[in-house]
Write a protein that binds this ligand. Structure first.
Ligand code: BTN
Length: 249
């Protein structure tokens, strides 16, 4: 059942995450109110990267939640809900959708969506969380310097209504979020692990020490990934930024 969401539509803005961040300084914003735009002039990605998207082609939006009962050291549950909701919606359109740790959405070996979650901590808990999503929908040509982008249009050769995708995502996310107080978080983690990209065996990864063959064992509530390197007994633990997936070798 679809809910009515308050949506601020912007023709153009620097970044919907930034817009929302500024807005909450001015007034109270309801949970799950959405800011979306056709074009970001300074779209922000993870690790200080930028997020590039052709005007009017893709879904670029942010919304806010106030999950004060989630502790900072269990904040990864937000990533789990966002990426599971995205993968559920996209799997309704195409096969082979996976979640690449921590929260990229992949179709086969290509990135179809990115997520930027900016948490504001007060003490040990999360006062507010701005969740920004860039989903490649109808864009057909991407700049060459982007490594492996893909869109729904490239995969299926069809155009999609971005507003329908937005509502489908919000419905899926809100369903998970509303139940978060009452459900067992382990089941969320299990579902996340089931959808995880390259979690089915040994693959090449890279850290500061170089490349190594390893298997993903688990992802912790803090978001750290646990790996078993080939031939090593002791498990390795990495934070985001400390390890990368090697594409082809
Ligand atoms: C990534 O690097 O994968 C995360 C990309 C997140 C992009 C979205 S687009 C809407 C929202 N506003 C931003 O500036 N970034 C996020």
């Amino acid at each position: 059942m679809s809910q009515n969401y308050k949506i601020i539509n912007l023709e153009e803005t620097e970044s919907t995450n930034l817009y929302l961040k500024n807005l909450i300084q001015e007034k109270h914003i309801d949970e799950c109110m959405v800011v979306k735009t056709d074009l970001q002039t300074k779209g922000r990605g993870q690790m200080g990267n930028s997020w590039i998207s052709e005007r009017g082609k893709n879904l670029l939006f942010s919304f806010i939640i106030y999950p004060k009962y989630i502790l900072a050291n269990e904040q990864f549950v937000i990533s789990e809900m966002v990426s599971l909701a995205l993968s559920k919606v996209l799997s309704g359109y195409v096969e082979d959708i996976k979640i690449k740790w921590p929260n990229d959405i992949y179709w086969r070996d290509k990135k179809i969506a990115g997520v930027l979650i900016e948490n504001n901590l007060i003490g040990k808990s999360i006062d507010s969380s701005i969740i920004g999503i860039g989903l490649n929908v109808n864009q057909e040509i991407f700049p060459e310097f982007l490594l492996n982008p893909v869109s729904l249009k490239i995969i299926t050769n069809e155009n999609y209504d971005r507003n329908i995708l937005l509502i489908q995502f919000m419905d899926e996310f809100c369903k998970l979020y509303k139940n978060l107080i009452s459900i067992d978080w382990l089941s969320l983690k299990e579902n996340y692990m089931k959808e995880l990209y390259r979690s089915d065996g040994f693959y090449w990864f890279e850290d500061l020490g170089g490349r190594f063959l390893a298997k993903i064992i688990n992802v912790m509530p803090s978001g750290h990934i646990i790996m078993q390197a080939n031939g090593e007994e002791e498990l390795r633990t990495y934070a985001f930024k400390e390890i990368s997936f090697v594409n082809s070798i």
